[in-house]
Design a protein around this ligand. Structure first.
Ligand code: NDP
Ligand code: ZN
Length: 351
């Protein structure tokens, strides 16, 4: 079969591979739609995970089941499915401890285009099919379904990590597709004021549709100064980081109220250390929590997040700014993600 792969750090191309084999608990899926991710860019062009050779890229897509293993109960050939970017081993001790995304080791629930071939192939392999697939609801398009692989579950995980409650003032740093879903999630959780940080007018406009009340640009001066000014020096209750880099934590700690939490879902592709400002961290006693996580994955979560779209409470179509048709267009879509034109939120390819 054909697949679009990372050949080595900084290089991608089409390769031929054997179709993956199906174990007793697994499924083999033919993609119906695919979407590249900023994480693919970190992986290939920043070498953020280390070198990978001839590894098929991609972890966002939906598809049709072409084969299931003998032990799979709830899915069969021909089913149209959703699958998350993170596909844990649900029998692992880490999953039992509540951290399925780290099943088998830190971040090891992230298998697609990390520990095995990803979804940008004519076929892809899904482990623990009963735990990692969900049926695609008939009123969700295959393009929207791709947003359930990663953008919705990751943005919403930022909301879970920050533990957002009714009436809180929330800062969302970064309003690419992940940050936009964090805004939508914070809004659904009942946040009052939602201050977003981005620089592109188009994404700011979309953020407002998802519930942002105020917007600032990191290009207009330090984020902390701008946020303190607009909150009368009070700062924010909670923050979600979905953009920036290792230097982004410092200003966010500075604007966080005591008792506040930062939920980071940003993939830190470069840098060695994160600096925490000693004084604004309450000289070590400020009750300011910094947490970060890979989203959990799993069928239950997929079904619940999909139901928000099905009933009309979440509209992911605002993210889909660039549409392509045909498997071979995966390459163009990935390069578009790399070049990031100002009007891009998310490209999607239907097959
Ligand atoms: P985008 O690149 O589309 O968006 C990044 C956002 O951050 C943009 O709004 C950008 O602003 C803003 N930004 C850039 N530089 C700065 C800065 N110095 N300070 C503040 N804001 C800045 O990314 P995605 O939304 O696609 O993804 C966000 C992150 O989440 C990525 O690192 C991605 O790899 C990661 N990720 C993590 C996952 C997880 O499970 N934890 C899963 C999926 C993705 P603008 O463009 O307006 O200038
Ligand atoms: Zn992704």
């Amino acid at each position: 079969m054909k697949g679009y792969a990372m050949l080595k750090i900084g290089e991608t191309g089409w390769i031929e591979k054997e179709r993956p084999a199906c174990g007793p608990n697994d499924a083999i899926v033919k993609p119906l739609a695919l979407s590249p991710c900023t994480s693919d860019i970190h992986t290939v062009w920043e070498g953020a995970l280390g070198d990978r050779h001839n590894m098929i890229l991609g972890h966002e897509g939906c598809g049709e089941v072409v084969e299931v293993g003998s032990a799979v109960k709830d899915f069969k050939k021909g089913d149209r499915i959703l699958v998350a970017a993170i596909t844990p081993d649900w029998m692992s001790v880490e999953a039992q401890a509540g951290y399925p995304m780290h099943s088998g080791g830190m971040l090891a629930g992230w298998k697609f285009s990390n520990f095995k071939d990803g979804v940008f192939g004519e076929y892809f392999h899904v482990n623990d099919a009963d735990g990692n697939l969900a049926h695609l609801p008939s009123n969700i398009s295959v393009e929207e379904a791709c947003m359930l692989s990663d953008m919705v579950p990751t943005g919403f995980h930022g909301v879970e990590l920050a533990n957002i409650k009714f009436g809180e003032t929330v800062l969302v740093v970064g309003i690419g597709p992940v940050g936009l879903m964090a805004v939508a999630g914070a809004n659904l959780r009942g946040a009052s004021r939602i201050i977003v940080v981005g620089s592109r007018p188009g994404t700011i406009e979309v953020a407002k549709k998802y519930g942002a009340t105020d917007a600032i640009s990191y290009k207009d001066g330090p984020i902390d100064q701008q946020v303190l000014e607009m909150t009368g020096g009070k700062g924010v209750d909670k923050a979600i980081i979905a953009g920036g880099g290792v230097d982004t934590f410092e200003p966010v700690v500075k604007v966080l109220k005591p008792g506040g939490t930062i939920g980071n879902v940003n993939y830190l592709g470069s840098g060695t250390y994160i600096q925490i400002p000693r004084v604004e961290w309450g000289v070590g006693m400020g009750h300011k929590t910094i947490t970060g996580g890979l989203m959990p994955g799993g069928r239950d979560r997929l079904e619940k997040l999909a139901s928000l779209i099905s009933v009309g409470k979440l509209d992911v179509s605002l993210l889909l700014t660039h549409r392509f048709k045909g498997f071979e267009k995966v390459e163009d879509a990935l390069f578009l993600m790399k070049d990031k034109p100002a009007d891009l939120i998310k490209p999607v390819v239907t097959l």
